[in-house]
Design a protein around this ligand. Sequence first.
Ligand SMILES: [Zn+2]
Length: 226
Amino acid sequence: MLFTREALEDLLRLHDLSYGLFRWVGSSLSGGSLSFAVVHGATDSAAAAEEWISRNLDNLPRELRPRRGDLVPLSHLFASFLTTSFVLPAAPGVFRDDGSCRCPCCTYLVAAHRLVLRNPTAKDKVQAEKLQILCLEALSESEGVPLSVELRKGVPADPVLGQDLAHLSYAFELRRRSEYASQGTAVLAIWRSIAWENGRLKKKFALSPERILEAQARLAAAVVAA
Ligand SMILES: [Zn+2]
């Protein structure tokens, strides 16, 4: 199996924390209490996010304070969430002329309340399919069986298995994003396929460990039977 319940609970907690942090930044900008005075230079966005979050820990509401050990994976997720889910508005900066940081991460943060939802492209959707096959390969490896030629061809046509694979792949990419790398906007295409319906977020949508465990079990059985 790729995931235990515990691992999923932890990942989804970081996922929610990352979204909560984004909402909080957006609503706190107008108060003028957020500081962008530390310049991050050429560091990557995850490193910039880590510095920024740790500097603002005391300002965060209690429910958004990361636990010990959360800071690094949360910073990775937060930075990739910002840059893959949104595009900057046409006039991004409301930087004061005081030497505020203009690194990519801070540029997104300063515009957090005005970011525009990104739409996955056709190329993202093709890449999303490849990521889902990679996830299926990892699952079959963990089951100790080779992935069948049939399953290697693409996302299963069966709608239940197709949705299962999207759920499991999203968790798989979530883990990769929290550890080191984002596969970019293709992950957004996977997210839309599980969380959106008719061009908008499904009502009361919440990603649960139970749903992903159910997907994992059904896909593992399909991989072994194929
Ligand atoms: Zn910065």
